[in-house]
Write a protein that binds this ligand. Structure first.
Ligand SMILES: Nc1ncnc2c1ncn2[C@@H]1O[C@H](COP(=O)(O)OP(=O)(O)O)[C@@H](O)[C@H]1O
Ligand SMILES: [Mg+2]
Length: 348
């Protein structure tokens, strides 16, 4: 994804890219219930950051704090949004950001256009400027035809689009999208992804929360997994995938007897641990005539496995390299111990 490439080349040596959002030791309790237990974030300008976590993890709480709707606990460290200190200058933060909440800000009783004009008023745009901005955004989000209908008649996808269009009235440089695709049908979801990509290509920083691993994988330059009030892991999708085991090479055979002899050879080598002392044994799937060998997918490992296959006279009809996906990471980090690709097959 080109948006994942930071324009570091235009920066001098040692210069850091500008940071859109940063927190140090962000904490929040509701009564004696600790929800955020020291969150450190650092989100470069012009990137998409995904805060990933199950229901109740604290994602909305983070968004509400960063968008000045609620305050962090006093024990928190520095929080900066758009270059402004959140505690000292919340007004400046508000001017730099836009928020689309988990629950829509759209007023169903008035039309889409009236919702837009209301936002324009809130942003103190002149009548003329307000009408121009509203028309432009309604066009951009494919809402022109629906603009004069009450928003209550809109589909879920249309409401979300109107919600984002309303957020953009103030031309924010940083946008918070709290679960922007939850409850949307697949087509509206993909529409929303496209909208997010377009925002980022316009230089906007997007802070996104999601429960969907594929969404984070698809959109985000960096992902943080929120669990038990802490960031359980943070990095690019690829970095997160490398954190956990689960990569393997899969060999599939057309001929049952070729499969059997390969399985026997693999079992022997696994028994003697000749392949790797550190690795767990291979997995076998008799029905699919396939077997899998744990591997980090590196060239070196791939070569050693290919050499071993050659030496053992094994020729598979199909060889595929699987790197773990975000599901594996998510389950590993949030305490679910079943490794999905293994649970689907017989492990001997
Ligand atoms: N105003 C509140 N008062 C008390 N507890 C709250 C309040 N808001 C959220 N919580 C609790 O904080 C935790 C995190 O909530 P939330 O940030 O909404 O999680 P998420 O958005 O990840 O689903 C949940 O256990 C929730 O019940
Ligand atoms: Mg939430």
């Amino acid at each position: 994804m080109p948006s994942s490439v930071m324009p570091t080349s235009s920066l001098g040596a040692g210069q850091e890219p500008p940071v859109a959002v940063s927190t140090i030791g962000l904490r929040k309790s509701y009564g004696d219930k600790l929800v955020l237990d020291g969150i450190d974030l650092r989100i470069p300008t012009g990137t998409v950051f995904a805060l990933l976590g199950p229901n109740g993890a604290g994602k909305t709480t983070v968004v509400k704090i960063l968008s000045t709707l609620i305050t962090a606990d006093a024990a928190s460290g520095d929080i900066r949004v758009g270059g402004h200190d959140l505690a000292a200058d919340p007004q400046a933060v508000r001017a730099a950001i836009g928020v689309t909440g988990q629950f829509s800000a759209v007023d169903g009783l008035i039309t889409g256009e009236e919702n837009m004009l209301l936002m324009a008023d809130l942003h103190h745009l002149s009548k003329r400027e307000g009408r121009r901005t509203a028309a432009e955004l309604l066009e951009r989000f494919d809402l022109v035809e629906a603009a004069s209908r009450p928003a209550s008649t809109y589909s879920g996808g249309m409401k979300r689009r109107l919600d984002i269009a309303m957020t953009l009235v103030g031309n924010p440089r940083i946008i918070f999208l709290d679960e922007p695709t939850t409850g949307l049908d697949p087509r509206s979801r993909h529409n929303m992804w496209q909208i997010i990509r377009e925002l980022v290509s316009g230089g906007v920083t997007v802070f996104l929360t999601t429960q969907y691993l594929d969404e984070a994988d698809e959109l985000a330059d960096r992902i943080a997994v929120l669990n038990d009030g802490k960031i359980a892991a943070e990095g690019t999708a690829d970095e997160l995938k490398r954190l956990i085991p689960g990569g393997h090479i899969r060999l599939r055979f057309d001929d049952p007897s070729a499969y059997q002899s390969a399985a026997v050879a693999l079992r022997e080598v696994t028994l003697t641990q000749a392949l790797s002392a550190a690795r767990p044994g291979g997995a076998f799937n008799d029905d699919a005539l396939s077997l899998q060998i744990p591997s980090d997918g590196s060239q070196r490992e791939l070569r050693s496995i290919l050499d071993w296959l050659d030496a053992a006279g094994i020729e598979a009809d199909e060889l595929t390299v699987h790197t773990p996906d975000l599901d594996d990471v998510f389950f590993a980090l949030t305490g679910d111990t079943t490794v999905p690709h293994q649970s689907k097959e017989t492990v001997r």
